[in-house]
Write a protein that binds this ligand. Structure first.
Ligand SMILES: Cc1ncc(C[n+]2csc(CCOP(=O)(O)OP(=O)(O)O)c2C)c(N)n1
Length: 800
């Protein structure tokens, strides 16, 4: 195989610059691996073998463009200064300081890249003027769903005139979303769902597949039909200019001129023809193997390893440079030596910046520990703890905390002033590290959902009663008017106006791009919303039924929920996931798997409104904020009539504030969503037998009762029951933990707390099936009556 001559109109200087970037990146990989084996870093995964393809891709990446890629993209990031070599090493060391490690502040493992879309106060930067990279995640192919939205946003910016003023996000919708993925990850369902969605939406995507023939140790023939991803993708190839589908290129990863030409053509097709492109880069290598966890000699043949050496892309590019007379070998050696040294220097600077602050903290601590020893407290054990810390070559903050802890334990009987200072230092370190590793689970900006001013619903004398879906429909209509950047999409959401009519008529009013039908593809629907949100739009994505949220749950959990956290407030995507659930009928239409959800989406607020008025209040609250949320409407509430608030556009329900639906003195009954109605029903019957129930709707599961309103009720009643239609030990157990443990409710209990849930099995179909699957008025009555009878059998005789 022979490489081509000089590509296109590229200058010799820029070729040399490309080579040096690739070379420095390779050096960073080599040095990085050594850093792991020397024990200074825990794990390494590097971009060696993919350098030349990535410098070619970087050539066509413009300000405003955005990447959604994975851990192999280090050369691309370095080429565009989205990451410096020093920052690369800072991440390797898990340096938990944004100034040193701006991708994740030490929260993500190495090669998980991100640029900062937000200023420190959480407000947007001018993304249209920057090189952007969405924040990487580790699960293979999970970068794909968001790529759908990142690329689709350009279409919306181009085609929706109301978005024209948002020029800080887009300049006319020309931006390309650059995706990257490994060959083996293309075996994931998310890959195919995303490719299909990108094709259907004609999203502005340039997707590169880095193909080194393996997925860790497993070769392509076990991964992909026909053993080659572009062959398997052939049906997506468009036919003729302007046709639907993709343009698909194949190019060798060691062939610099061919790569440059391919990427120039690919970017032109995406930007000018507005057709998505896939570049399948083959014959890539992985000189150091998959990661520092193993060695590729164990699964690659000698012939393969020899081939990898010969076709190493850096070596090939170097030969080509010499061949073309761009620079002589001796001169190349000179610049390589310079670059090798530059990488070592950057590594040293990154290491010092990481370790020195910790060493200073250790020195400060050692002064106190010396005082402890001088006071003779804690005996030998205190001295040993101190000496152990002093001896550590590379102390971590964890070592400091352990030493303080051990010293406090062994000096427990000593009444020495230094112990108080040690306690104070303990508190200070603990608080600083909790902040260092715990901040930004949610937005901490001025638009945090928790700071949105609540506005109570106002009702006029002639307040009309409307059905639930009509109330929501008006709420959405007003929201589209107020927020030009609001878009909503989902299955049957556009023309039909959703299966329950919440969006009825709105597509006609606001157009297909703002109120859109979508394919049946829950994971990429949420991904689409994440990508749109990252580019400054406000998506409401509908998942038709709560039971089907499971398809999207992985994306919500791994991507959306972690976004603020994994960038330490550097990126946000204020997505609203709308769904409807709880009661209908049948195994897959009436589930309420809330505990599965709330335990997986920490980082997303979860609202469980009991009716459509409350739901509207949550939509309004979330649209005022820059947080993301899941809003679960009650499936059987759309036809029930509710009073229409006069201030429907302003009315806002606060998060984390339960509402007392019924005052009572004997038992507190805590529930949410569809169960509120049933709880009230049961309470009415319990009142007939003299049991006075206080019913509380928690309204949001995440956050949960921020002001401990439920505890206030428990202090009055002394008895508490948690009710829902999740599985036993599910969300009822969560609520119980929050109140009994978290709020200290156990102090006020006069009876054992009770959890009433649905059965462990899925809810059976039909009304009788439902009756014996889920809690109902009678079962609630019996449980609460039983609780009261146990406490006072004389007043409450045996009934059943
Ligand atoms: C969902 C998921 N499954 C498994 C893994 C473990 N894993 C990490 S990388 C990898 C192989 C990926 O191969 P490929 O897509 O070809 O990318 P490469 O590393 O070769 O560039 C696997 C199996 C993972 N991160 N995520």
């Amino acid at each position: 195989m022979k490489t081509q001559g000089m590509p296109l109109n590229i200058t010799k200087e820029s070729i040399l610059e490309d080579y040096r970037t690739a070379f420095r990146s390779r050096q960073a990989s080599l040095v990085g691996r050594k850093e792991v084996f020397s024990g200074k870093a825990k794990f390494g995964i590097f971009g060696d073998g993919k350098e030349v393809a990535q410098i070619a891709m970087a050539r066509v990446f413009r300000p405003g463009d955005i990447r959604s890629g994975y851990y192999r993209d280090q050369t691309f990031m370095l080429a565009l200064d989205m990451c410096t070599v020093e920052q690369f090493f800072a991440q390797l060391y898990a340096h938990a300081d944004l100034a040193a490690e701006p991708s994740s502040a030490g929260r993500s493992m190495t090669a998980h890249f991100a640029t900062r879309s937000l200023d420190p106060d959480g407000s947007w930067k001018a993304l249209a003027d920057m090189h952007n990279s969405s924040a990487d995640v580790s699960p293979t192919a999970s970068q794909m769903p968001r790529l759908v939205g990142l690329g689709y946003a350009s279409r919306l910016f181009r085609e929706l005139p109301e978005l024209a003023p948002l020029s800080h996000f887009s300049k006319g919708g020309d931006e390309i979303a650059f995706g990257t993925i490994g060959n083996a990850s293309c075996a994931e369902g998310l890959f195919w769902e995303s490719v299909n969605a990108i094709g259907v939406l004609r999203a502005l995507v340039l997707l590169s597949i880095w193909d080194d023939g393996y997925g860790i140790s497993v070769p392509n023939e076990y991964q992909i039909t026909k053993g080659g991803i572009s062959q398997a993708l052939a049906g997506f190839q468009r036919e003729g200019d302007g046709g639907a589908g993709f343009e698909i290129h194949r190019v060798h990863g060691w062939d610099y001129p061919a790569l440059c030409e391919t990427y120039v053509n690919a970017a032109r097709t995406v930007r000018e023809e507005r057709i998505p492109v896939i570049v399948h880069v083959t014959e890539l290598t992985q000189p150091q193997g998959h990661s520092t966890s193993g060695s590729h000699e164990r699964y690659k043949s000698r012939e393969r390893l020899e081939w990898e050496e010969e076709f190493d892309c850096i070596r090939k590019m170097r030969e080509w440079i010499v061949d073309q007379g761009i620079l002589g070998a001796a001169e190349l050696e000179r610049v390589e030596a310079e670059d090798r040294q530059a990488v070592l220097d950057a590594k040293d600077r990154a290491w010092r910046a990481f370790i020195e602050p910790i060493q200073r903290e250790r020195d400060e601590l050692l002064v106190l520990l010396d005082e402890v020893a001088e006071a003779g407290s804690g005996g030998d054990a205190a001295g040993r703890a101190r000496d152990g810390l002093r001896r550590l070559q590379n102390p971590l903050r964890r070592d400091l905390m352990r030493t303080i802890h051990d010293t406090l334990v062994v000096t427990r009987d000593a009444d020495i002033p230094v112990r108080r200072r040690l306690l104070e230092l303990n508190r200070r370190h603990d608080a600083a590290n909790r902040e260092r590793y715990g901040s930004h689970l949610h937005s901490e900006s001025a638009q945090s959902a928790l700071t949105v001013e609540p506005v109570a619903a106002r009702y006029d004398d002639d307040t009309p009663m409307v059905r639930g879906f009509e109330l929501l429909n008006r709420c959405f209509d007003l929201a589209f008017e107020r927020h030009p950047e609001l878009v909503a999409f989902g299955e049957d959401l556009g023309k039909l106006g959703d299966v329950n009519q919440g969006f009825a008529g709105l597509q006609e009013k606001y157009g297909e791009l703002r109120v859109g039908d979508a394919g049946i593809r829950e994971a990429t629907l949420v991904g689409q919303a994440i990508g749109l949100g990252m580019r400054g739009l406000r998506p409401i994505v509908e998942i038709q039924y709560l039971d089907y949220l499971l398809y999207a749950l992985q994306v919500m959990s791994d991507d959306l929920a972690t976004l603020q956290y994994r960038t330490r407030g550097g990126q946000k995507s204020p997505v609203i996931v709308r769904t409807r659930g709880h009661r209908l009928e049948g195994i897959w239409h009436s589930g309420s798997p809330m505990s599965g959800i709330i335990n997986l989406v920490r980082g997303i607020y979860v609202c469980v409104p009991r009716d459509m008025t409350q739901a509207a209040g949550f939509y309004n609250t979330m649209l005022c904020s820059d947080d993301c949320a899941l809003i679960v409407e009650v499936l059987n509430g759309y036809r029930i009539k509710e009073a229409l608030p006069a201030n429907l556009a302003e009315f806002a329900v606060p998060l984390g504030q339960p509402e007392v639906l019924r005052q009572g003195a004997h038992v507190t009954l805590v529930t949410y969503g569809a169960c509120c109605r049933i709880a009230l029903d049961a309470s009415a019957q319990l009142a007939e037998v003299g049991i006075d129930v206080e019913v509380i709707d928690v309204q949001t599961l995440l956050p949960f009762d921020g002001d401990a309103r439920i505890l206030e009720s428990l202090r009055k009643t002394g008895r508490i029951v948690f009710l829902d239609e999740d599985v036993p030990g599910g969300t009822t157990a969560y609520m119980m933990q929050q109140v009994i443990d978290g709020q200290g409710g156990y102090h006020w209990l006069d009876s054992p707390p009770l959890a009433l849930s649905a059965q462990a099995h899925r809810p059976a179909y039909g009304s009788d099936g439902d009756y014996w699957s889920k809690p109902n008025r009678e079962s609630i009555f019996r449980a609460l009556y039983g609780m009261m009878r146990e406490a006072d059998p004389a007043t409450y005789p045996e009934l059943f």
